[in-house]
Each structure stands twice: as C-alpha cells, then as structure tokens.
Design a protein around this ligand. Structure first.
Ligand code: AMP
Length: 243
C-alpha cells in the first residue's frame, strides 16, 4: 500500500536514485503546448513512475489501426476531443498495469468534467490509492503557438524538439537517433486554434474542479525545463503534505 509522500526527496537525490517519495496519481493540466509531455518525461526520470499520455495512447491506436484508432483518427485531426467513454475505457485498461502501483503521471487526461468525475470515482473506489494532486502549467498564448507549430518529434526515441527554441544540432534530424524528425498532423496553426477552443470550453472547467478540491497548484511554464520540473516536484510534495 502506498504511504504518504515524504519530504526527503530533493531534485539531486531524485536524479541519482529512485525518489523516496511515493508520488501517487499526479495530473498534469494545461493548454496544448504548455509542455505537459516534456515535463511528464522529466518526472518519470525523477520518480520512476509511468507517464500515461492519452494523446500517445490514442496515436498508438491510430497507428495500429484498432477500432478505437479508426474512430479517433478524424476527431484528432480536427483538434476535437475523442468521446469520454472511449478515453475512460482506454485509461482504465492502462491503470490496471502493475507499473502504476506507486503512482503515475496523467498527461492530457482528464480533459472534460465527465472524465474528471470518472477518474475521481475510480480513485475513490480504490481504498489503497492516494488522492490525485493536479498541477497546471501556465504559458501565454503566443508562446504556445510557437511551441506547437515549432514542435518536432523523433519517431524512434520520442525526444521532443522545437525548431525555434530547442532545435536539433542537425536541422530536421534527431541528435540521439539520427532519425528524421516528424511533425504531428495536429500541430498546425489552424488545428491549434481548434484545440485551444476545445481547451477553453471543456478543459478549463477541469482546472476549476481541482482548484475547488484544494489539491491543485499552478506552475510557471515559461522557464528552463529543469526549473519547471523542480517546481512541479516541490509543488506535489507540498500538496501531498497538505492532503
Ligand atoms: P495531446 O497529445 O494530449 O495533445 O492529444 C492529441 C489529441 O488527442 C487531442 O487533440 C484530442 O483529439 C485527443 N485526446 C487526447 N487526450 C484526450 C482526452 N483526455 N479526451 C479526449 N480526447 C483526447
């Protein structure tokens, strides 16, 4: 059974060894492009718990041509949200994996109040689970647009680059794998605007939901990656102590 988070972890010790903190379920919230995926990867290294990205899981389904993938493909290409019931079911299956026992980072979920209520109900039914803590990453609109339209991924190791802010050494190719970088189909300006509309209408209320519950904090996402990660770690520890 997970025990409450301890305060022993520092960024340094967390980098070298598995952290003493039991992080529990953590929600990374924020608009498209705030860096949820990048930060989730940092936290995976610090805490040795999995990142569960619903966007990645859906893209995996699209790539494998599953029924879910076939339904999701067009919806995602338009920047709209995949229906709650499909996403909830996909997350439910992922949370049954044993690597989630000490906690996990949900990246891109919940994105609607319906998904938030489903998750709250599921966690409440699990007596051994710590409550979720939610961290929202804040970045201004123009910065988000540059992040989204400049984003390129390595299809092999999934490293995320940005042609404006974090370019690879050789233009268009991954520093680690040498593979040709790819741009997500929904990382265009037009689709970004639709994703922002979906965020404001459907996901903003999720932020308010967790704010009201009191296990919520915001961090400034317009800083170096390691600094933001350090801010998230200390925020989660503070929220865990208060919970
Ligand atoms: P992301 O990689 O998180 O930006 O997600 C890419 C796309 O996948 C979104 O624009 C949605 O179409 C879909 N998606 C990801 N997560 C969810 C979710 N929790 N609920 C509904 N649709 C989602």
């Amino acid at each position: 059974m997970p025990s409450p988070a301890s305060s022993e972890t520092s960024m340094e010790s967390g980098r070298d060894t598995e952290s003493a903190t039991v992080p529990g379920p953590i929600l990374l919230l924020g608009a498209p492009g705030v860096g949820k995926g990048t930060q989730a990867k940092e936290l995976v290294k610090l805490w040795n718990i999995p990142q569960i990205s619903t966007g990645d899981l859906l893209r995996g389904n699209v790539a494998r041509g599953t029924n879910l993938g076939k339904t999701a493909k067009e919806i995602m290409a338009r920047g709209e949200l995949v229906p709650d019931s499909l996403v909830d079911e996909m997350v439910a299956a992922r949370l049954l994996e044993p690597d989630t026992a000490r906690g996990y980072i949900l990246d891109g979920f919940p994105r609607t109040l319906g998904q938030a209520h489903w998750l709250d109900g599921r966690l409440a039914a699990q007596i051994e689970s710590l409550p979720v803590v939610a961290v929202s990453i804040q970045v201004n609109y123009n910065q988000l647009l540059r992040r989204i339209t400049g984003r390129r991924n390595c299809p092999v190791c999934q490293t995320i680059y940005n042609v404006y802010m974090r370019p690879p050494q050789r233009e268009g190719f991954c520093d680690v794998e040498g593979a040709e970088l790819v741009q997500r189909a929904d990382d265009t300006e037009e689709v970004f605007k639709e994703r922002m509309r979906a965020y404001e209408a459907l996901t903003r209320p999720v932020v308010e939901h967790y704010r009201v519950l009191g296990r919520f904090a915001e961090v400034d996402g317009d800083k170096p990656i390691a600094e933001i990660a350090a801010g998230i770690v200390s925020t989660v520890e503070r929220l865990r102590k208060a919970a």
